[in-house]
Design a binder for this molecule. Structure first.
Ligand SMILES: CC(C)(COP(=O)(O)OP(=O)(O)OC[C@H]1O[C@@H](n2cnc3c(N)ncnc32)[C@H](O)[C@@H]1OP(=O)(O)O)[C@@H](O)C(=O)NCCC(=O)NCCS
Length: 199
């Protein structure tokens, strides 16, 4: 959908229901991703979460059409643990997709991470989408994925200015991702993604 002026701002409490609805529609599961977002907002983590929304003007005010979240995780480096961000989830309402909102949300999220002096932002996602938006193959750069259920190329990272050469090791998700079984893929989803990668 085009022709709307899209604005970007930090999420507020009044947006929570709209963010739930957005991820249910974007991902196509009623609760899995919305429950992850609710838990990430509430959980203790090594870094405060960053939660940003994209909005368009509506008759009742502004309407949430996109959302991205950064939440604190850890890199298990030889020297010490490093506080890093996971970029997850990212979602845009289906009728607003393909107009640059997802790209802009990633850009705002990376700027927020950089402003906080965070060295690394990790995610697991489609390399064809995230590669042109600044992410590199994390395994190729020497980082270890958080699980064996990792699809080649999906584990990606952005190195920000605070990154230093010694910061290598295993990416460790916060417990919320494990509690919601939102690390890597599993079962049929994993098999399908691996088969697609083999072709
Ligand atoms: C992925 C998502 C956030 C992109 O949002 P968006 O606002 O449509 O993104 P943009 O407009 O910035 O970019 C659109 C482009 O990305 C492409 N794209 C979208 N999903 C993609 C994917 N999984 N793999 C490769 N390319 C993808 C689109 O085809 C489009 O390409 P085009 O410009 O050549 O037409 C959105 O499609 C979405 O919410 N998907 C469901 C939730 C999801 O899968 N999130 C995790 C992302 S790994």
């Amino acid at each position: 959908m085009t022709g709307h002026e899209v604005r970007y701002r930090p999420e507020q409490e009044r947006d929570h229901a709209a963010v739930r609805e957005l991820h249910a529609r974007a991902f196509g599961y009623p609760d899995r991703v919305p429950d992850l977002v609710d838990a990430l907002r509430a959980a203790p983590a090594p870094l405060a979460p960053v939660s940003l929304v994209a909005t368009v003007d509506d008759t009742d005010g502004d309407r949430v059409v996109g959302h991205v979240m950064l939440s604190g995780c850890r890199l298990d480096a030889l020297e010490r643990l490093v506080a890093v961000y996971s970029l997850s989830p990212l979602g845009v309402l289906p009728e607003f997709q393909r107009s640059g909102i997802g790209t802009a949300l990633i850009g705002h999220a990376l700027s927020a991470a950089e402003a906080q002096g965070v060295p690394l932002v990790f995610l697991e996602g489609a390399p064809d989408y995230h590669g042109p938006r600044g992410f590199d193959d994390a395994e190729r750069l020497g980082f270890r994925p958080p699980s064996l259920r990792n699809v080649p190329g999906a584990f990606q990272v952005v190195r920000l200015p605070a990154y230093e050469d010694w910061m290598h090791g295993t990416f460790v998700y916060s417990d919320v991702f494990w509690a919601h079984d939102c690390v890597g893929l599993r079962g049929e989803q994993l098999r399908a993604a691996q088969q697609a990668g083999d072709r």
